[in-house]
Design a protein around this ligand. Structure first.
Ligand code: ADP
Length: 163
């Protein structure tokens, strides 16, 4: 039987945006299983707590083949989690040249930490190239309309939280 190819898409997802959803859809075309891994850093203050981030991701992916997509959280080194998950592929999204420096450094460092791990970069749709979770938090915080930037459940939850 052919081995199932799984890939891990790590990130803060604070909150998930339409740009993340676009990358998850593209990864789903390439891999049999996509594990969305929410990074938990106790020292980092986030807008949404981990369980909220996970449930917003799950709600945002309702129309996806759920057999293919899994949402988890992890703390510590990504390469350690990769071993636990039985995957050797990291997915990262690229928006612009400005993402490259940091992503290049991370990819090489992860390769140094584990020679088995490979990072695959997927280009976002041009219409999401300006979009980030931090800009969404900023706009929502000032009462701006984020409905075109994030899945409906995220927009509703942020509106409720900020009022
Ligand atoms: P991190 O805190 O690790 O940067 P994020 O949750 O912000 O995590 O992003 C996770 C991944 O998704 C990163 O590879 C990031 O470059 C990518 N990403 C974020 N926003 C977009 C977008 N609009 N289009 C494509 N990829 C994106």
């Amino acid at each position: 039987m052919k081995k199932r190819r799984s890939a891990v898409y790590p990130g803060s997802f604070d909150p998930i945006t339409n740009g993340h959803v676009d990358i998850i859809r593209r990864a789903g075309i390439l891999f049999d299983e996509v594990i969305i891994a929410v990074i938990v850093k106790p020292s980092k203050k986030t807008f949404f707590r981990t369980p909220e981030r996970i449930s917003l991701i799950k709600n945002s992916l309702r129309e996806f083949d759920l057999e293919k997509v899994k949402v988890v959280s992890f703390s510590g080194l990504l390469v350690n989690y990769m071993k636990e998950a039985g995957s050797e592929i990291i997915i990262r999204g690229l928006r612009a040249v400005s993402d490259f420096d940091y992503e290049f450094q991370m990819a090489l460092m992860n390769r140094k930490l584990s020679g088995r791990v490979e990072t695959v970069f997927l280009m976002t749709d041009a219409k999401f190239s300006y979009l980030s979770s931090s800009i969404v938090r900023e706009i929502a915080g000032m009462g701006g309309d984020i409905s075109a930037l994030v899945p409906g459940c995220v927009a509703r939850k942020m509106r409720g939280q900020i009022k």
